[in-house]
Every structure is written in C-alpha cells, then in structure tokens.
Ligand binder design. Structure first.
Ligand SMILES: Nc1ncnc2c1ncn2[C@@H]1O[C@H](COP(=O)(O)OP(=O)(O)O)[C@@H](O)[C@H]1O
Ligand SMILES: [Mg+2]
Length: 362
C-alpha cells in the first residue's frame, strides 16, 4: 500500500497549460477517483504519476518517497515506482495466451519458474479467469480481456494501482459488473487505487473519496461520494454528478417568484441572499400531485421506462425533468400524459446565486 502526494504539479505542451499547480493527497489503501470531463488532464496526471512524463513544476511522492521533482530534476523510471496500470485501450497482447500475458511482468523481472507459475495462477483466479489460462485474447469477451489487463497489472503486487477509464470500452451491463469487482478486489488486497473517469456513476459507486476536476484541470471539490453529491460546492460539480434541473427564482422584497413570471415560488427556502437565485434539483427530487400545494406545471412529455416514469415538465416557461418510481405513479394515480396539468414539489434544493440555464430538453 502507498499514499500519493501531488504537490504543486504543473504540466503543459507547446506553451499550453494542462495542469497548473495541482495538489492532491491520496491516502494509503484508499480508492480515490478523479472525475472530470474529457480533455481536462486526467490522463496527463496519470502519466506523470506513472513516470512516463516529467512535471514542469512540483513534486510527486509515492509511499512518502519522491518519485518526481521538477526542481531537482529527480525522476524515478516507471518500473521502479511499484505501480500497476490499466488503461482504456487495455492492450493485451493478441498473440499471447492469458497465462503469458499475465505472467509477462514476472518474466521480465526474472522470477523463477515455480514462483512465477504460482503467482500467475493466484492472480488469474483472483480476477475470475481460472481455467482460461491457455486461451488467446481473441477467444475472450471484452470483459474477460479487461480482467487479463487487470491481472497483469496486479501480478507484480504493486502498492498502487492506476486505472485510467478501464471500463469505457465495455457495454453498460459489463461496466457495472466490473465496477463491483474492482471495488471488491481493492478491498481484498487493501491496495491504493487511483481511478480516473468522466463517468459519474462509476466515480460515485467505487470511491472512498473523489475529486471533481473542471475543464481547466482545476480541482473543484474533494470528498466522500455522498458529501460531494449532497453538498456540491458549485453548479459545475452539481451538473457533473447527474442530471441537473435549474429553476430561476426572483426575489422581490420578501417574496419569491419563479423567474420572470408572477407565479410564487413554493418550496424549500433559499439559504442564499441575492435578487436572482437558481434552484437546482435532480429529477429524483421532484414530487408530483394533481392537487394541493406546489408549482403549477404542464407535462410536455411522459416516458414509461419500466422501473420509473420520466416526465418533462414546463414550469412557467422552464423545462425540468422528473423521475418517479412507476409503482408510486400507478398506486397514486400519477400517470400523467402529455398536456396534463400537475403540481410540482421538491424534496431537496441546492441554491445557487445568479441565473443558471436549465439543461432539460424536449
Ligand atoms: N503529448 C501531448 N502533447 C500535446 N498535448 C497533449 C499531450 N497529452 C495530452 N495533451 C493535451 O492535454 C489535454 C488533456 O489531455 P488528457 O489528459 O488526455 O485528457 P483526459 O482528461 O480526457 O484524460 C488535452 O487537451 C490534450 O490534447
Ligand atoms: Mg484520458
């Protein structure tokens, strides 16, 4: 196991800055995810930690040892850093069997045959590929190939596992299954894992803590998944963690109105001051009724999706998404159709200062 410290790390290419003074502490034995949009610098950071590139500024420590320092020019080569890595294009060697793929790092290290066989068998079994040692990658599914890459990354018993979008080439079902398996493996081995992805579901599901990075490569928020999800520090983080509804709210004296309309705001009170505010909420925060209190809305689209019903609702000119459990809609007579009037209540609201644009679309 090993901690990772990134201290004031900068990296750019041809005068274009990708990372600027980035600092991050990953604890020993932690499963830490870096979540950010495509192109924000996640892979660049992984390459810096792995030692394929040197930082322009700053220091990187693994297990308390400096592995890269821009000031002193210190740069430990990748194979001396005690890492395992799996990248998106998992690149298992097509002409080599599962056994040869997995044992390759041990062969390189000159491990004796007996120990090599024993360690390879153990890690092949660990990732659920026992019995398939003689197969070629072309005789395996995408998920199995990804397990080969995982086994190869683990066979040297690394103290740190770097996973760079390893599941993005897999279909949705397999991605979900592998996500649980990676988490399981991390617990079993007690290994430190740094996982980078643009997929918020994976990040929320797998992490002990996660960091949200913006397009400029700056860290916006770090915390446990539920903390970041429940208390996003700004609207970027809020948007990035799921479907975001935004309703403009105008303050006029002591009264609150929905946007430019004369319709009164009905819902949780703002915890922020300012004349213009935005109420942010998830589709799952929306409660619907046919009567009583609530914001008047018109159903613009209704989609029955099995476990839930997805509605697009117009509230005083702003479209929002609502997701209600199907059983609740059926039991309470809340199966609306296009054109129906409804009343909208909100179970929870995140308040933002200023006008933000709603993302719901017809
Ligand atoms: N070797 C390189 N030369 C020039 N630009 C690069 C290089 N590697 C990455 N970049 C640029 O750095 C930015 C971040 O890339 P990357 O870390 O791959 O993003 P992601 O977060 O999707 O992994 C991108 O704009 C990319 O074009
Ligand atoms: Mg990348």
């Amino acid at each position: 196991m090993a901690s990772v410290q990134i201290q004031g790390v900068s990296k750019g290419y041809a005068g274009r800055t990708v990372l600027s003074g980035l600092s991050l502490d990953i604890q020993d034995g932690e499963c830490f995810t870096l979540l950010g949009p495509s192109g924000c610098g996640k892979t660049v950071l992984m390459r810096l930690i792995a030692g394929f590139e040197a930082p322009d500024a700053g220091v990187i420590l693994i297990g308390g040892d400096t592995v890269a320092s821009a000031a002193s020019g210190q740069m430990l080569p990748p194979d001396k850093r005690g890492l395992g890595m799996v990248f998106q294009d998992y690149a298992v060697w097509p002409h080599m069997s599962v056994f040869d793929n997995v044992s390759y790092p041990l062969q390189l290290a000159g491990i004796a045959t007996g120990a090599l066989q024993e360690r390879t068998q153990r890690v092949v079994a660990l990732v659920g590929l026992a019995g398939l040692e003689a197969r070629l990658p072309s005789q395996l599914s995408g998920g199995q190939q990804q397990r080969v890459a995982l086994a190869r990354a683990l066979v040297s018993e690394p103290r740190l596992l770097l996973l760079d979008e390893p599941l993005s080439n897999l279909d949705a079902n397999l991605r979900e299954e592998m996500r649980f398996e990676i988490k399981d493996l991390q617990r079993k081995l007690g290994i430190t894992v740094l996982y980078v992805t643009h997929d918020q579901e994976i990040a929320l599901g797998i992490s002990d803590r996660l960091a949200v990075m913006d397009e400029q490569g700056a860290l916006r928020q770090i915390g446990a998944p539920h903390e970041v999800y429940e208390r996003p520090c700004d609207d970027f983080v809020f948007r990035f963690l799921g479907i975001a509804n935004f309703l403009p709210v105008r303050r006029d004296g002591a009264d609150l109105y929905i946007g430019g309309s004369s319709a009164a705001w009905v819902g949780p009170a703002p915890d922020k001051s300012g004349a213009r505010l935005t109420a942010g909420f998830r589709p799952s925060d929306v409660l619907l009724s046919r009567g009583g209190a609530g914001l008047p809305g018109i159903v613009r689209r209704a989609s029955f999706l099995g476990a839930q019903v997805d509605y697009l609702i117009d509230i005083a000119g702003t479209l929002i998404r609502a997701a209600l459990p199907s059983h609740e809609c059926l039991e309470r007579g809340l199966l609306f159709v296009e054109g129906d009037h409804c009343l909208v209540s909100l179970a929870s609201v995140q308040w933002f200062v200023g006008d933000l644009i709603s993302e719901a679309r017809v």
